[in-house]
Write a protein that binds this ligand. Structure first.
Ligand code: NOJ
Length: 471
């Protein structure tokens, strides 16, 4: 195994446990869920991301993104698909939004494509890109769907990556310009904003293991990217709050509850190290707690990138924190330097999704309770969902396993709420099957099936289940 594929193995969230014969367990809790149990103000939505759905990769003046570049290289994406067309949301958004409304969802999370708005990353504005988002936002509002905007969901303008991307400190200025532009252009109609999508994912996969775009690797690239992402996260929050009246500003984190495989002190330490990387690295600086060096001393090297004024600038009091959790992680000690070596493969009898991720509804409860111990105002489950091998038979996708997954995870969201966690919303990942990064079009996460040849949408049984729950 060469160096890159070894790193890929260690950092891949889907490289192990690909279990085709998923062992379907019955729904553990037979109580039916009711929308009203979550409260009248609870936000119910679906989450999407520009590169995964829009397509139109070079239409109407859009610039190249790191994902356009990455997917052009044969072998980077498992099934050699790409996001050039994706689900063609750029052209089909009116129908998609109507379909979303017909399933009784009132909230739609999307992301702006930075290179569609600023083709070079900074400077010249692409008015046609602005027009597209104006039309899409207006169409949502007309249907009674509240738009939730994410500023950055991984599709960095290639022009900025050519100058080092997230590892370049100039990123703070570039990102601030972009955040300022978006919040001024769209802030009159959008109240709910998020700054960064899963910074732990795009820094580790993009700048440490090189498994995702822009395929950079190494500790220096990683730590500098982490620090600049933390600074941009807070800067973006401040800019939005400043530009948008009555804004509701959050940011999102990938997270997974970590548990030691055995009760030994070494196992416990392994679990703490994973916890830092998976759950603590990005939220704690924003809360004024600094970087969690203690359990992971190599993080001390980040000091090299910290300027005196940064300590203050890392802080921002978000209105909500987006929790994105799909699975739990079991840990074991390892002599290998990279902490992902501390992960234990799900047991062969465990129920796993098509990504090899363990179905662990209790892990959702545990991670919510862990995050609710922080001094944060609201938690919103800004992503949760599962890929299973769906089949379209006579116009129907009978995805009972996904329904069972949603039910069990939602029961645990409710349990956490009842135990005092201030969870105010839930966004299913995702609406229509889309382009799943280096995995390509194969993993289907949608509650609506997409035929990628014809772009025909078919609501899966899980979509109908949501329609009935929310109706
Ligand atoms: C995390 C990411 O935010 C999203 O882009 C991805 O498709 C889902 N989780 C599923 O892997």
């Amino acid at each position: 195994m060469n160096k890159l594929s070894f790193l890929r193995y260690l950092t891949s969230s889907s490289s192990f446990g690909r279990n085709k014969n998923v062992n379907l367990e019955p729904v553990v809790d037979s109580n039916e869920l009711r929308k009203t149990d979550f409260g009248n103000d609870f936000y119910w939505g679906v989450a999407t991301a520009a590169y995964q759905i829009e397509g139109a990769w070079n239409q109407h003046g859009k610039g190249e993104s790191v994902w356009d570049r990455f997917t052009n290289k044969p072998g980077n994406v498992k099934d050699n698909t790409h996001g050039k067309v994706a689900t063609d949301f750029y052209n089909r958004y009116p129908d998609d939004l109507q379909l979303l409304k017909s399933l009784n969802f009132d909230n739609f999370r999307f992301s702006f494509s930075w290179p569609r708005i600023l083709p070079n990353g900074t400077g010249q504005i692409n008015e046609k890109g602005i027009d597209f988002y104006n039309r899409m936002i207006d169409a949502s509002l007309e249907l009674g769907i509240e738009p939730w905007a994410m500023l950055y969901h991984w599709d960095l303008p290639q022009k900025l990556e050519d100058q080092g991307g997230w590892s370049n400190r100039d990123m703070i200025g570039w990102f601030s310009e972009y955040a300022d532009l978006c919040s001024r252009k769209f802030g009159d109609r959008i109240r709910h904003w998020m700054v960064l999508n899963e910074p732990a994912s795009f820094t580790t996969l993009g700048y440490l293991s090189g498994m995702h775009a822009p395929q950079q690797s190494g500790i220096a690239k990683f730590l500098s990217s982490v620090h600049h992402a933390c600074l941009c996260q807070a800067a973006g929050g401040r800019i939005i709050r400043n530009n948008v009246k009555n804004s509701h500003v959050g940011t999102s984190f990938s997270c997974a509850f970590t548990e030691p495989q055995k009760k030994s002190a070494r196992h416990h330490r392994a679990s703490q190290r994973l916890d830092v990387m998976l759950n603590r690295l990005f939220i704690e600086p924003s809360l004024g707690m600094g970087y969690p060096y203690r359990e992971l001393p190599f993080l001390k090297k980040i000091d090299k990138y910290i300027f005196p004024e940064d300590h203050e600038n890392l802080k921002f009091e978000f209105d909500f924190i987006g929790v994105q959790s799909y699975f739990r992680v079991i840990s074991k000690p390892s002599l290998l330097p990279l902490i992902w070596a501390n992960r234990v493969k799900p047991h062969r009898t465990a129920e796993v999704t098509e990504m090899g991720w363990e179905v662990s509804p209790d892990g959702m409860y545990d991670i919510i309770m862990q995050f609710s111990k922080y001094n944060v105002k609201e938690l919103i489950i800004s992503e949760n969902g599962a890929a299973f091998p769906d089949t379209l038979v006579n116009g129907r996708v009978n995805d009972q396993q996904r329904i069972s997954y949603f039910k069990r995870y939602l029961h645990n969201v409710l349990r956490a709420k009842k135990d005092g966690a201030n969870v105010t919303g839930y966004f299913a990942w995702t609406f229509v099957d889309n382009f799943e990064w280096d995995e390509g079009n194969r993993p289907r996460f949608g509650i609506v099936y997409n035929d990628f040849d014809t772009q025909e949408r078919t609501v899966k049984d899980s979509g109908l289940w949501f329609r009935d729950l929310l109706g």
